[in-house]
Design a protein around this ligand. Sequence first.
Ligand code: DX5
Ligand code: ZN
Length: 235
Amino acid sequence: MAKQENWIAPSILSADFAQLGTDVKDVIAAGADVVHFDVMDNHYVPNLTIGPLVCESLKNFMVKEGVNAPVDAHLMVKPVSRIIGDFASAGADFITFHPEASEHIDGDLGSIKNAGLKAGLVFNPATSLSYLEHVMDKIDMILIMSVNPGFGGQSFIPQALEKLKAARQLIDASGRDIRLEIDGGVKVENIAEVAAAGCDTFVSGSGIFGKANASDANRYDTVIQQMRDELAKAK
Ligand code: DX5
Ligand code: ZN
């Protein structure tokens, strides 16, 4: 399957949680495509963030305000099984989880698919892509971590580029519509190189929200446009 249209996915981990709805509305209006929603449990990863209640109220706000973008729930939660249904009910469009956080990877992917959502697996820097071998038929998204999960603002681990290339080959060989996403340390400065490695879905937290903290509704336009210009160069 050829590379899909590029999607920019701001990670709301770096948004202002006191005005989350407004930040999401403004960043999508600035041209971003997906809301990347990081869920951390202080167990699988050493940080604690937001859960299904926040997902539901954000989704309700988006519907009310006419903000049209999928919510991509990245679950850094162990065990992951029980919480999948909560995120499906809360309006998530994609659910991805880490294979190390699941006792039954095939079953958890199946629960996401049965709920009518898109499903994906997330690969930490040292985690092998071999987890994909017997479940490719249930995969809609492969997320390659280019940092160790837990915090925004870390530096991009360059070995992720080789992993992206390997994942791109697996996707192409499968002939399926599977998004290839990167997460961690993605900024205007390196997004072209990431795209050239085969990525089509670019999570960026501090690279987008860290650029602007004014309450100007246009504050994200410049950075999103710069990312688009870099992506155009990588074609
Ligand atoms: C890290 C999270 C990321 C994080 C990325 O564990 O999964 O989504 O917010 O932040 P940046 O883009 O700042 O590295
Ligand atoms: Zn994430």
